[in-house]
Ligand binder design. Structure first.
Ligand SMILES: [Zn+2]
Length: 437
């Protein structure tokens, strides 16, 4: 039990932020996809920070209505003009290739090449991120300015990739607690050089696992580092028993930009994680918005599919798809910042703190208020105001009737959960409450 332990939070926000950004920068250049060497290299990088078990699932494996695809790997890709200059070069940016492109080596006219070229005319200096996982195709992504500079003539196009039977790899970090009940934290590990979506999620989840590892935990924690969609489907297909033990869960994505927080509720809408997130957002001091569940989004789509209906929500800063940098080369290491990364980690830690400490107590002196003064409890003991501390003690005493949890009391009183749980710990130490959870 965490019990009277300190609040779970990053010690030094600035240093934590710098470390998170440095870790994102280490993984940024890797050309990731839903399968292949890039995602494996990424998982091995994470493995140097936390205990991560890698699972390999063969191509062709049936996972519910889906099939694990062939493994994609790429060495090089380019478009060369008639003079032999690389006018589009995978070596300069891995977004230049349509992710999962089939191999190709041809000479084409510009007219023949054009249907295979993807640009963003309204952001003429940005490279778009495009994929074709489940339909065989090839293509290049380039800046619109690059496209405009291409002269009529013939171009040599080469994508030196392989699509072969291989394996899908995902990473799982399991931290056992006193309870078999699990908290699931799930992040994508499949995007190439894109920072907010999803290196921010990878770095925050890794740091959270590293923090929790140092703790004695009530719940067991399972961190999944998986390729988008197919990874969650594969994990759920292979872990139906573990899925039944998930009682709280979070998908993390886009948590490193300067935007305010957005929390998308689980399909249940009133799960404890939904209430814990609402509680931490209310008191985090940053702008935030709570969004209702919809079946469109990240991997909460799979966890919240009706056959599972797990209590899993999704934490974001800017909402995916809503910011212009999303899925472009402008979602780079300058777009994520140390402080928002560190504050996102702090928010996740605060939510975990609520899950760990939320319990029910029974007031041992329920007939009228106990006399706090004679127990030396009518004075401040922590860093908060006397008014808030005394108020929290009275709320906890009044509602510790065996029915209300500390989170119920925090919600009803409007006081921060931290004030309520500190009050409960103090009152329990003084024999006025008994933990009945
Ligand atoms: Zn994405």
């Amino acid at each position: 039990m965490t019990g009277p332990e300190q609040k779970l939070e990053p010690k030094d926000l600035a240093a934590t932020g710098r470390n998170l950004l440095a870790f994102a920068a280490e993984m940024y250049p890797i050309c990731r996809s839903i399968t292949g060497k890039g995602i494996r290299q990424t998982l091995e990088t994470i493995q140097r920070q936390i205990p991560l078990e890698l699972h390999h699932v063969n191509s062709g494996t049936q996972v519910f209505d889906w099939e694990v695809p062939q493994e994609w790997n790429i060495k090089d890709a380019y478009i060369k003009d008639a003079a032999g200059n690389r006018v589009v070069d995978f070596q300069k940016h891995n977004l230049h290739v349509l992710n999962y492109s089939s191999p190709v080596h041809q000479t084409l006219s510009l007219t023949e090449l054009r249907p295979h070229l993807h640009t963003i005319p309204e952001h003429a200096d940005w490279i778009p991120y495009r994929t074709s996982y489940y339909k065989r195709d090839w293509g290049f992504c380039l800046t619109h300015n690059q496209l405009l500079s291409l002269q009529e003539g013939n171009y040599e196009v080469r994508i030196d990739s392989t699509l072969e039977d291989g394996q899908l790899t995902y990473g799982e970090c399991f931290l056992p607690g006193t309870l078999k009940d699990e908290v699931l934290i799930s992040v994508h590990a499949c995007h190439p050089s894109l920072a907010n979506d999803n290196l921010s999620g990878l770095t925050v989840a890794t740091a959270l696992a590293a923090m929790l590892r140092e703790r004695t935990l009530r719940y067991s924690y399972r961190f999944l580092f998986i390729p988008g969609t197919i990874g969650a489907i594969t994990w759920l297909a292979r872990n139906r028993d573990a899925a039944k033990r998930v009682c709280h869960g979070l998908v993390l994505t886009c948590v490193g930009d300067a935007g305010g927080f957005h929390y998308k509720k689980s399909r249940r809408g009133d799960a404890e994680i939904d209430r814990a997130m609402a509680q931490v957002l209310k008191h985090c001091g940053e702008p935030s918005e709570i969004l209702e569940f919809s079946p469109y989004g990240y991997d909460e789509r799979q966890y919240c599919s009706p056959g599972f209906n797990l209590p899993v929500g999704c934490l974001m800063r800017s909402v995916w798809g809503s910011f212009p940098e999303y899925h472009t080369s402008a979602d780079n290491l300058d777009f994520i910042r140390p402080e928002p990364l560190a504050r996102s980690l702090g928010l996740c830690a605060a939510a975990v703190d609520i899950l760990e400490k939320n319990r029910r107590y029974l007031n041992q002196n329920p007939c009228c208020e106990p006399q706090l003064g004679k127990r030396n409890l009518y004075r401040a003991t922590g860093g908060g105001s006397i008014h808030e501390e005394i108020n929290a003690r009275l709320w906890v005493l009044n509602f510790s009737d065996g029915e209300h949890s500390l989170l119920d009391i925090a919600e009803r009183s409007g006081l921060p959960f931290t004030a309520i749980s500190s009050a409960a710990e103090l009152l329990a130490t003084n024999g006025l409450l008994v933990d009945i959870s």
